[in-house]
Design a protein around this ligand. Sequence first.
Ligand code: PMP
Length: 445
Amino acid sequence: MSNLPACEYEPKPYDGPSKEEVIQLRGEFLTPALVTYYKEPIMIVDGHMQYLFDETGKRYLDGFAGIVSVSAGHCHPRVMEAVNLQNSRLQHTTTIYLHPNIAKFAQKLAGTLPENLNCVYFTNSGSEANDLAILMARAYTKNYDVIALRNGYHGGSQGAMGLTAHSSWKYSVPHGFGVHHTVVPDRYRGHFGYDDSGSGEAYAKDVLDIIQRGSSGSIAAFIAEPMQGVGGVIEMPPNYLRDSYKYVRDAGGICISDEVQTGFGRTGEHFWGFENHDVVPDMVVMAKGIGNGCPLAAVVTTKEIAQSLTEAIHFNTFGGNPVSCAQGLASLEVILDDDMQGNSKRLGGKLFAGLHDLQKKYECIGDVRGKGLMVGVELIEDENKTPATLLTANVFETCKDLGLIIGKGGYFGNVLRIKPPMCLTELDIDFMLDVLDEAFAQETS
Ligand code: PMP
């Protein structure tokens, strides 16, 4: 039985309503559309860096970061100091008055991107940011057709749901006007094999085909996650984005990189996911990790494209709020100053090495993929790659019992997703691998 690495932080004793009372209140007063993880849901009431605590004080290693959001660590002291200070001075006025936080944060954020991507619009969620990105793309290009990827996830608002292409996340209502979904370059399950040479180019040909034979021929935008997150950690193959961007730009469109999960150093090698592909998008959408857990998102584009939004007034009441910007700025400073990207690279390397060892030991591990601290482990039943959905749920559940929280995803729910706060340590990775080993041993015996 593996033990969690030591932690000096002691959570305060919990004196709120019991878990049973909270379950009852949720059932009575909250929408039945809310879902919870685990057969018996857990209640998390405290967090410190890479660790979470339930109401009994039980500690967990957080391998999912509030769904890839708490990039720098739960209640990181530097982030909390900045946000508490701002909370005590001024919470909200909107952008109709000047405030330094939004300006300072935009400057710092632009500093992480290629030079021409220097015009920021803050929103509160990734869905809103994607809606705005498509609006700007259409306003700028005067074109209507949008290309998104199958198996992609871009949010749950009506516009973003139209970009999303996963039946689990879509309702049978009108949405996605003008959106065409191209083939997902899934090297593990797709048509062109795992071979890196040529599969990217082959998949990108479907983008060209949609432009030529599936649309008006004039494109407003192409949107893709450099590595699909919700879809089960599917990384775009080499040259896929390069070729797709070219086809789209030739058809008058702009290229949008949805970095909601891949940004802020998570992929280790680079700060932004698109940088792994030698392309420069015209627009970058960011959320989740940008705010280390607060409602904050942004679209960053060129001055020229952003100008298109001045045709009318586009207003977002809380976008760029002083408190969110204090939190975003402090989180970005911590990520940069503490070299969390370097941590992602180093610890991701260790995690991948350990996972590849587990893959040799357990036949059910069909694929280990991702980059840095954005990791997917796809579980299969047999050589036909039949998705091992039940086994995945069981491993996931056992990990939790052993003190490790991770995520799962992919259309069949057979991909374990590991995306921890980027502040974790080697000892945490050792613990994570021990727990996974134990969970696989238990569930496959
Ligand atoms: N894009 C991507 C890639 C995402 O993973 C998500 C959220 N899972 C979104 C957009 C939507 O973000 P939000 O939930 O903040 O609206």
